[in-house]
Structures are given as structure tokens and as C-alpha cells.
Design a protein around this ligand. Structure first.
Ligand code: M6R
Length: 364
């Protein structure tokens, strides 16, 4: 039931504060992550983890890409790959490798096949981050951490993605704890998670402004999405959303890569979307965006309120509130989902059922 919403996708975008809170429920307490939420055997397995292989497809792969920044920050070696490649390579599975699959449906053929091949190759253990408890992926994985996004009907994944990020944040904390993450640092990360539903709610408050911004994309054929650090995969996810439902060709780049090729594409017809959290990379982003401006590129920016003043002139700028860097990818995802949604509505596409796509890809 879509309720008062025009599409399931919009309803699901607006459900995010609630489902994020649900995904945290009973899993954090007194400034700590309760690792029993990963399953009874989890503590012993987590003790033995030396590195992590994350494997997933599509949007779930982007969640894995964000998690790599989070895990490495905690000193955990981590690789991330799309399942269709992983399953046909011969990945070196060193002793102590935790295989982490991420999937909304738990039935994605390539992700399942990758899990089976990692198990056959002798990974230490397997963890599924999944939204469907009775799915094959959950049944076949030793450990599970369920996202509690509720049923996702829109083919374009939204609330599944942000709840995956929440689950992965919990994973980074429990592994980090074994590598010197101090109790007070953990408490700060947990506090940021506790603020997340409210901050996502605030980001949803940009809906009307994003709808107005969408007007500029109606006639465009291409768009570039930029981000740095853990916002690079957020840009990838924003670009995937836009192409999936509006059929506009969108590409994401790590902003530092601009000079290495994509800058050649930039002119007045190329909208450039960038997400800008308040972190150590902001000066770098400023100089990347100056390069875009100098080529006449039109900038559409989503910036933390702490840094927004650097970007105000001559750009389309929307401010999200001040967001802790540890959860910024979750919050910055929201306006990009809204942007894709409103552009698609403007173009009159079938938002919930984009052409050529299935909700669950159960064949290769
Ligand atoms: O069910 P899964 O998370 O395994 O699905 C993976 C992808 O097929 C999925 O995320 C796809 O990319 C979405 N349509 C993106 O919106």
C-alpha cells in the first residue's frame, strides 16, 4: 500500500528514519554495540578475523564500498568486489578471511555463488547482511545481521541501502574494538548512530528544494556525480539511482580523478552533482569544484552546513545539517535518492518498475 505517496519509492525513502531506528533497535546499548546481534558464535569468529572480503551487486555493492573506508579506519584489511567478478576470479582467501555478503533480497544469483565459492575455498566464516530472513543467503551463511528495512517494493533500492550502511557501521565497530577502538571512541560512534534517524529526517526536509532542483535535469542527457572518501560510493549510488529510474546517463567519479579524463566532458550542458561533508578532504573538494566551474560546468551541491559557505556563489546549493563524518554517507544518500526520484517523475518514467530491470536478479 502506497498510502498517501505517489510511488513506493518515495514512500520507502520517507520510511528511512523509522527503519534505521529499527535496524539499531536492541543492537546498541550504553554506548556499545552488542555483538550478540551477529549470532551466538559471533564473538569467537570476530576474534579470529584478519581481513574481510565484501561481495555484493548493484546498490548493495555500493554499501560495501562505503564499508571499506569504515573498516580500514579501524585497521581491518578489506576488499570489496562485485559478485559477478569475484565468483569467477580466483580470489586469494588468506587465513582469517571473513566473507561478508550484502544483499537486500538474499537471492541474488551471483552473490550466492560467490558465497558458495568462498566457503569452498576455505574462508574463516561468512556473514550475510540481508533484509530477508528466510532467504538462501541467510540460510547458507554462518553469521547474519538482518537489516530491518521491511519489504522494499520499488526496484530502485533506497531504504535497504541505508539500513545496510547502518549494519556495516556496527560491523566496523565490533571489529575495531579488537584493534584498539577505545570505549569512549566507540561511545562517540554509537552516539552518532543514535542521532541518525533524526538527521535523516532533516535531510528529508529538503524534499521540496530537491524537487525544484530536479527541474534542471529534465532536459539533460548526462550527469556527473562526484565525491571523495566515503562519499565517493555515495556518488556512485546517486548516479546509479538517476540512471536506473530516469534513464539519464550518469557517471560517478572520485573527485580527484576529474583531471585524469572526465574533466574533458565538462561544459555548460553537463550538470555536476557533488556531496560535501565536513571532513579533512573539504579543501580538496573545493579545488576540484573550482576546476569544474572554470570549464563552465553547472554545480549541484549537497553540503554540510559547516562548510556550505565555501560553495555558495554561482552554484545550486542545498545544505544538510551538520553531520558527523562517521554517518555522513547515510545522510548524504537521502537527497540523491530524492533527486533521482523527482527527475524520474518529471520525465514520466515508471519509477517503481524501471524498464528492463527486475527487483531480484536470481539468474546470472
Ligand atoms: O537484492 P540485492 O541487494 O542482492 O540486489 C542487488 C542489486 O540487484 C540491486 O541493488 C540493484 O542494483 C538495485 N535495483 C539498485 O537500485
Amino acid at each position: 500500500d502506497k498510502g498517501t505517496y505517489r510511488h513506493f519509492m518515495l514512500k520507502e525513502i520517507f520510511e528511512q528514519p523509522a527503519v534505521i531506528a529499527d535496524t539499531l533497535e536492541g543492537r546498541i546499548s550504553n554506548g556499545r554495540v552488542l555483538e550478540s546481534c551477529f549470532g551466538f558464535e559471533a564473538p569467537a569468529v570476530l576474534d579470529a578475523v584478519q581481513q574481510v572480503h565484501i561481495v555484493a551487486c548493484g546498490t548493495s555493492f555500493h554499501a560495501g564500498m562505503v564499508a571499506r573506508y569504515w573498516l580500514e579506519e579501524q585497521g581491518v584489511p578489506c576488499s570489496v568486489e562485485v559478485a559477478s567478478e569475484y565468483r569467477y576470479r580466483r580470489p586469494v582467501i588468506a587465513p582469517g578471511t571473513l566473507f561478508v555478503s550484502i544483499s537486500q533480497s538474499g537471492e541474488t544469483a551471483d552473490t550466492l555463488a560467490a558465497l558458495r565459492s568462498a566457503k569452498a575455498a576455505g574462508c574463516l566464516s561468512s556473514l550475510a547482511i540481508c533484509n530477508v530472513p528466510e532467504s538462501s543467503l541467510v540460510r547458507e551463511s554462518a553469521l547474519t545481521l538482518m537489516t530491518r528495512a521491511g519489504r522494499e517494493i520499488g526496484v530502485a533500492s533506497t531504504k535497504a541501502f541505508t539500513t545496510q550502511l547502518v549494519a556495516l557501521r556496527l560491523l566496523a565497530i565490533v571489529l575495531g574494538r579488537r584493534r584498539g577502538l577505545a570505549a569512549e571512541q566507540e561511545a562517540a560512534l554509537v552516539a552518532a548512530l543514535e542521532h541518525l534517524p533524526r538527521q535523516v529526517e532533516e535531510a528529508l526536509g529538503l524534499n521540496d528544494a530537491v524537487e525544484a532542483m530536479a527541474q534542471f535535469f529534465g532536459e539533460k542527457e548526462h550527469a556527473l556525480f562526484l565525491g571523495r572518501g566515503s562519499e565517493y560510493p555515495v556518488a556512485m549510488e546517486g548516479a546509479l539511482k538517476l540512471k536506473e529510474i530516469s534513464y539519464i546517463h550518469a557517471e560517478a567519479y572520485a573527485a580527484g580523478e576529474l583531471k585524469h579524463g572526465p574533466l574533458a566532458l565538462v561544459d555548460a550542458n553537463m550538470p555536476v552533482v557533488c556531496v560535501i561533508p565536513d571532513n579533512a578532504l573539504v579543501e580538496k573538494v573545493i579545488s576540484n569544484l573550482q576546476e569544474v566551474r572554470a570549464r563552465g560546468g553547472e554545480l549541484f551541491l549537497f553540503a554540510d552546513s559547516g562548510v556550505a559557505s565555501h560553495f555558495s556563489e554561482g552554484t545550486h546549493l542545498l545544505q544538510v545539517g551538520h553531520v558527523d563524518d562517521s554517518i555522513a554517507p547515510v545522510v548524504f544518500t537521502v537527497p540523491l535518492q530524492l533527486l533521482a526520484y523527482h527527475v524520474a517523475v518529471l520525465k514520466g518514467t515508471d519509477v517503481d518498475q524501471p524498464r528492463n530491470l527486475a527487483k531480484s536478479v536470481t539468474v546470472e
